[in-house]
Design a protein around this ligand. Structure first.
Ligand code: 4AZ
Length: 247
């Protein structure tokens, strides 16, 4: 997260970190963010998994304020299976969504606690007013050209842009589809950045935190009047629930 503030996992208990194992270096490395949506289910961005990692090479970490630091509140899971959206386009990042089922013997995976709680999925028809203030979070970079990911979880505040202002002219010419939404800080400060992908954009409604977006792409991080681009989660309600029901 560029700008924003350091946070605590209890402020973003749905935030997950996904690590991928690299056989050549025999080590796990941080890959992307993700969002807990149910005890055994998380969402992330398809583009993080273009390499088509095997399930056994992925690991999901919940409940950590510090990305690399063990914590008594953490819960770590293997992945039983994951699905990349069938229409994901690696050129445009259209349909940039992936669904993960965590592995468990019992059918219960994450145990809810102050540090581990799911975000709510939106109804498919939920439309929030333009410029609604929402929250993003992640362990991603604090500056576009920083060599490091953030060691501590951060959060930032961004506003939902009107779709008619979310156009290629604002985003170095890249296509913006109706499956994407734009959000940015009108002060030009808070924004998602590299490593935050797959993580949440949540908006408060009736006291609940609703997952409206997944961090997907942008033109740099926190440039003035340039929004970040997010996967529009309302478009995938049926895709998500049908897979959860069938599995
Ligand atoms: C990235 O590279 C990335 N400012 C994600 C989000 C944004 C930029 C880059 C939005 O994963």
């Amino acid at each position: 997260i560029r700008g924003g503030q350091v946070s605590d996992i209890r402020e973003q208990p749905w935030q997950v970190a996904i690590n991928a194992y690299w056989p050549r270096s025999k080590a796990y490395s941080f890959r992307c963010g993700g969002v807990l949506i149910d005890s055994c289910w998380i969402l992330s961005a398809a583009h993080c998994f273009q390499e088509r990692f095997e399930e056994k090479h992925l690991q999901v970490v919940l409940g950590r304020t510090f990305r690399l630091q063990n914590s008594s509140s953490e819960q770590i899971f293997d992945v039983e299976k994951y699905w990349i959206h069938e229409q994901y386009d690696d050129e445009t990042y259209d349909n940039d969504i992936a669904l993960f089922k965590l592995k468990s013997e019992s059918g219960i995976c994450a145990i809810y606690s102050p540090e581990v709680l799911p975000a709510c999925l939106p109804e498919p028809n939920l439309a929030l007013p333009d410029w609604t203030e929402c929250e993003i979070s992640g362990y991603g970079k604090e500056e576009e050209f920083s060599p490091f990911y953030s060691e501590r979880i951060k959060r930032g505040m961004v506003r939902l842009w009107p779709q008619d202002q979310c156009v290629p002219e604002k985003l170095s010419g890249r296509l913006v589809t109706s499956n994407m939404l734009c959000a940015g800080d009108t002060r030009g400060l808070d924004d998602a950045c590299k490593g935050d992908s797959g993580g949440p954009l949540v908006c408060q409604k009736n006291g609940r935190m609703i997952l409206m977006g997944l961090i997907s792409w942008g033109d740099g991080c926190g440039k003035k009047d340039i929004p970040g681009v997010y996967t529009r989660v309302t478009k995938y309600s049926n895709w998500i629930s049908s897979r959860m029901r069938a599995n």
